[in-house]
Design a protein around this ligand. Structure first.
Ligand code: 4NP
Length: 147
């Protein structure tokens, strides 16, 4: 799961998919990263942590890291939150780039519609709830499609 800062959206996506995979008895390796390095080593944003916990998902032990080109080979699927993330993952991956592994997360719900998970960074708690709900529905589809 990849976003810009690995502080708001992708930590939620990692926590939600991990939670749903465990519930489904799936032994998947799930991780998240940011294309930028502004917050390396930090915990997820307070509001991402709060909204996750209100929904029964504890993301407090996650630590922000930056996407590296080796991630392209390490993972079978890479979900990005928006088109900028897609372009940055492509740039960072360089000669490791495998476009068939990389998808917009909301393509799981709205295939081909080019929908993005909005960045809640400058928003309020309400925006984090909106992100939680759309990411959660997309993660249910991931479980359905790839289990
Ligand atoms: P995220 O949100 O990509 O969902 O983690 C952001 C987090 C931090 C910044 C921008 C977006 N920032 O500019 O520091």
């Amino acid at each position: 799961m990849v976003c810009l800062g690995n502080i708001c959206r992708s930590p939620l996506a990692e926590g939600i998919l991990q939670h749903k995979a465990e519930e489904a008895g799936l032994d998947w390796t799930i991780d998240s990263a940011g294309t930028a390095g502004y917050h390396i080593g930090e915990q997820p944003h307070k509001l991402s942590q709060k909204v996750a916990l209100l929904n029964g998902v504890d993301i407090s032990r996650q630590q922000c890291r930056q996407f590296v080109k080796q991630d392209m080979a390490r993972f079978d699927l890479i979900f990005v939150m928006d088109n900028d993330n897609y372009a940055e993952v492509k740039r960072i991956s360089g000669n490791e780039w495998e476009g068939s592994k990389v998808r917009l997360l909301l393509d799981m719900l709205y295939p081909g519609e080019n929908k993005e998970v909005p960045d809640p960074w400058y928003g309020t708690e309400k925006d984090y709830h909106l992100v939680f709900d759309m990411v959660s529905r997309a993660c249910e589809k991931i479980i359905e499609n790839y289990r």
